[in-house]
Design a protein around this ligand. Structure first.
Ligand SMILES: [Zn+2]
Ligand SMILES: [Zn+2]
Length: 118
């Protein structure tokens, strides 16, 4: 009986890990959008931190750079102030993938996504 419970707990743990795990090539922007839609913002950079530690562990200055661009305090500010050129589709698009692993640049999403934005 205990075994079954443990097994279920392990499966649940694995499941929730998967949901919040950035894809291999998922860019920070698409990851943040996905997490914010799914879990919301808790007024910290928890999703940015998670993405960074898993996908760009050497980007030590990432949070500082984002803060300098207007995202001082939380994940939604990263979307609102830093990654502003998201295609205006009204829904989330699948991530097109970063060009190289560990890149902190957002992916290029189709024709609309290539609009130059700062
Ligand atoms: Zn927020
Ligand atoms: Zn993306």
């Amino acid at each position: 009986m205990t075994d079954v419970v443990t097994e279920i707990e392990q499966q649940l743990a694995a499941f929730s890990r998967d949901l919040t795990e950035p894809g291999d090539r998922e860019c920070l922007r698409c990851y943040l959008l996905r997490m914010l839609e799914e879990f919301g913002c808790d007024n910290t950079h928890r999703w940015t931190e998670r993405w960074r530690s898993l996908r760009a562990p050497r980007a030590q200055a990432l949070l500082r750079r984002l803060a300098a661009r207007g995202a001082c305090c939380c994940d939604c500010e990263v979307i609102l102030n830093v990654f502003r050129d998201y295609p205006d589709t009204g829904r989330l698009l699948p991530c097109a993938g970063v060009s190289r692993a560990g890149s902190t640049k957002p992916c290029k999403l189709g024709a609309e996504g290539t609009r130059v934005g700062t």
